[in-house]
Design a protein around this ligand. Structure first.
Ligand code: COA
Length: 258
């Protein structure tokens, strides 16, 4: 099993599990990851998802280089499409995905983290894109997602130079929200964040995510129009009625997700 999955109290835990290969993404691992994300997305008991890497050294040290060595150009195109499609499923899911980055997040590993909604990191985390040093380029969305997150200039510097940045630099650049000393603290923080998110209305979270993710590539004017239409949509939900009445009635809301 290259992907481990468990769920507990509304949180789904996805662990990329090839520790002897620093959790490098080969085709089987990506296919398993895709199936797991699809399963999580359908499971109404799961409200928030945490992704991490097995072992102490790595979140994911990239796409599997031994596997890529044998690819023809057409197979490489298909591999990039599969990787992009898989990671895009996290962006289009209504559920928040939190990357808990322990150790190396290189190439495809950085791309997995960048496709999550929030990135928390252990102090040993190292982020980077080694691809051009291997004669290839990032292919699972890295060129697009990193430049949109930190700007074109910094993204070019990191991708062209292949230099790795540590967790505190990643926090300074706005890639990482918070840094934790140990893997235990990191996962604890991921769980606490998931629990805090779960106190809120799931449909509202899904629509807020849509507004941010889809709105990001629109002009501000179109983005505002999109936000206003989703604001209208959310008012058709029971949870909006419940949340607004609960405040007025000075009680805790009881959200059902409808
Ligand atoms: N693909 C395939 N195998 C990988 C891998 C990858 N991306 N990253 C690490 N591994 C394997 C190593 O080949 C090694 O396997 P082996 O024990 O069978 O020889 C094992 O994982 C442990 O890695 P190792 O290199 O011995 O660990 P290290 O601590 O000395 O170095 C790294 C860690 C991350 C610096 C180094 O593994 C590395 O540079 N990996 C490749 C990173 C990369 O270029 N990723 C982007 C790919 S597009």
């Amino acid at each position: 099993m290259n992907i481990l999955f468990e769920s507990q109290n509304g949180t789904g835990y996805i662990t990329i599990n090839r520790p002897d290969k620093l959790n490098a993404l080969n085709i089987d691992t990506i296919n398993e990851l895709k199936e797991t994300i699809l399963k999580v997305d359908q499971d109404k008991t799961i409200k928030c998802v945490i992704i991490t890497g097995s072992g102490e050294k790595a979140f994911v040290a990239g796409a599997d280089i031994e596997y890529m060595q044998k690819l023809t150009p057409n197979q490489a195109l298909e591999f990039a499409r599969l990787g992009q499609e898989t990671l895009h499923l996290m962006e289009t899911s209504g559920k928040p995905f939190i990357a808990c980055v322990n150790g190396y997040a290189l190439g495809g590993g950085f791309e997995v983290a960048l496709s999550c909604d929030i990135i928390l990191a252990q102090s040993n985390a190292k982020f980077g894109f080694p691809e051009v040093g291997l004669g290839i380029i990032p292919g699972f969305g890295g060129t697009q997602n990193l430049s949109r997150l930190i700007g074109k200039s910094l993204a070019k510097e990191l991708i062209f130079s292949t230099k790795m940045i540590d967790a505190s630099k990643a926090k300074e650049l706005g890639i990482v929200s918070e840094v934790y000393q140990s893997k235990e603290e990191l996962l604890q923080a991921g769980k606490a964040l998931s629990e805090q998110i779960q106190k809120n209305a799931p449909l509202a979270i899904a629509l807020a995510k849509r507004a941010i993710v889809d709105g990001y590539n629109l002009t501000k004017e179109d983005g505002l129009r999109y936000e206003a239409s989703l604001f209208g949509v959310v008012f058709s939900s029971n949870d909006a009625k419940e949340g607004l009445s609960a405040f007025v009635e000075k009680r805790k809301p009881n959200y059902t997700g409808g």
